[in-house]
Design a protein around this ligand. Structure first.
Ligand code: GLU
Length: 466
């Protein structure tokens, strides 16, 4: 049997950490089992769904690289199909029209509450034979079994049972004919051949209703895996208060998708004490059975640590591709400077995010160096300028413009002038970058190229002497 999983977000908000983890687990399970992964947009709540959120979800999924094999399907494009199934259920008697007025239902509810009973529909229209009241558009209710229980083997939580007596005759179509949430999920999961439903455990109460509906349709229910929630450091459910932001916000804050994926896969799943998982490793090793039952806690520091790890170890050409939009945001034209992969190599030891890397890379591409005057005052005094002039003369003569040769020049100049290395390197650094911090100076000069380096040194000397 081919495994089919799906991610079924409602576009009523951004793709956030919890949703992205559910998507990742569903995607991983499909990939691991050689199955198919479906993306389905559950947009029937027309008041709260927006096109912007749909776009943001698709963009977030694409950025994470969680590519789908089918879809995206949109529930709003499947209304004919839902109507067809409702008609069939009415014809087969697994659903019925309910004409109860709102007033009746409200009174019933109040009565049940007063008697300390759980409010539920009393089934008054379940077997009605009277002619329907005039002028009332009925809702359609599912004829839920009255007795017995619904039992399912949750792949994460083990056996779960619900008594049918606890379940209502769910409304599956409103009086205007539009289908309701649990019903559309069921029709879609059945039509799309979903074999594994992997979702947040906030849906656990929906599962017995959905299983009953599937059985009424003659469909074998899929396997379910309910993933526990994610908590903030204070033990509360993760929310915006914890800085829990959307996936795209992490992108904008300079995270690599690999870091976020690696972080998410470890959020509620583990394999020994391994922390680093490449994408192929995740696919090879992910196992739903090893998903934790207990909630996991979101730790932004660990995410940052992973980001730094991937910035340091990923292919610099790949990192350069992700750096480009951050440079663009700073108004930097990457064609106006050195090879970007080289810039990544120079900066990756000292950058926790791509935003930091872009800031650090800025000076490579600037037409004019912006001087930090404190650094100028500290390093480009009389002595500093003397060292700078000496190094400039030698750099101009250098046969080969390599990191090693440049390093050699700095050493020679320092030795011959009686300076420490830093007394040559720091003036040079301020001259070419404007500040006292930059990647290793030999590497920086090599990347900048001889012409630009000499131009900047000359401009710095002029700057202090003017
Ligand atoms: N649309 C639901 C949500 O966004 C998910 C439904 C499901 O996975 O069954 O919470």
């Amino acid at each position: 049997m081919t495994v089919v999983t799906r991610f079924a977000p409602s576009p009523t908000g951004h793709l956030h950490i919890g949703g992205a983890r559910t998507a990742l687990f569903s995607w991983l399970h499909a990939r691991r089992m050689g199955g198919r992964f479906i993306l389905r947009i559950e947009d029937t709540d027309r008041e709260r769904s927006t096109d912007e959120y749909v776009e943001a979800i698709l963009e977030g999924m694409a950025w994470l690289g969680l590519e789908h094999d089918e879809g995206p399907y949109y529930q709003t494009q499947r209304f004919d199909r839902y109507r067809e199934v409702i008609a069939r259920m009415l014809a087969e008697g697994t659903a019925y029209h309910c004409y109860c007025s709102r007033e009746r239902l409200e009174a019933l509810r109040a009565e049940q509450m007063a008697a300390k009973e759980k409010p539920r529909y009393d089934g008054s229209c379940r077997d009605r034979h009277d002619p329907p009241p005039e002028g009332v558009s009925p809702v359609v209710r599912f004829r839920n079994p009255l007795d017995g229980q619904v039992v399912f083997e949750d792949l994460v939580r083990g056996s779960i049972a619900f008594a049918n007596a606890e379940l209502d005759d769910l409304i599956i179509a409103r009086s205007d004919g539009t289908p309701t949430y649990n019903f559309t999920v069921v029709v879609d999961d059945a039509d799309m051949g979903v074999t594994h439903v992997i979702r947040g455990d906030d849906h656990i109460n929906n599962t017995p209703r959905q299983i009953n509906l599937l059985q009424a349709l003659g469909v074998t229910p899929p396997a379910y895996a309910h993933v526990p929630m994610i908590l903030g450091a204070d033990g509360q459910r993760l929310s915006k208060r914890h800085g829990a932001v959307s996936v795209l916000q992490y992108r904008d804050e300079g995270y690599l998708p690999e870091a976020l994926l690696n972080y998410l896969v470890r959020l509620g799943w583990s394999r020994g004490d391994q922390e680093i998982f490449s994408r192929p490793e995740m696919i090879a090793l992910f196992d739903l059975k090893a998903v934790h039952r207990a909630p996991s806690t979101f730790n932004p520091d660990k995410l940052l640590w992973l980001n730094q790890h991937y910035l340091k170890t990923a292919d610099p050409v790949y990192v350069a591709g992700h750096l480009q939009p951050h440079l663009a945001r700073l108004g930097v034209d990457p064609d106006a400077g050195p090879d970007l992969a080289g810039v990544v190599r120079a900066l990756r030891e000292r950058s926790k995010t791509l935003v930091e890397m872009a800031e650090g890379a800025r000076f490579f591409f600037a037409d004019h160096v912006a001087y930090d005057e404190k650094a100028v005052a500290k390093h480009l005094g009389e002595e500093g300028c003397r060292a700078l002039s000496a190094v400039k003369a030698q750099l101009a003569e250098l046969a080969e413009w390599t990191t090693e040769a440049i390093h050699g020049v700095i050493e020679t100049v320092a030795a011959s002038g009686g300076w420490k290395m830093g007394q040559v390197a720091q003036p040079l650094r301020v001259a070419v970058s404007g500040t006292a911090v930059s990647p290793p100076i030999d590497q920086t000069l090599q990347l900048l190229g001889r012409e630009k380096s000499l131009e900047r040194i000359a401009a710095a000397l002029q700057h202090v002497h003017s």
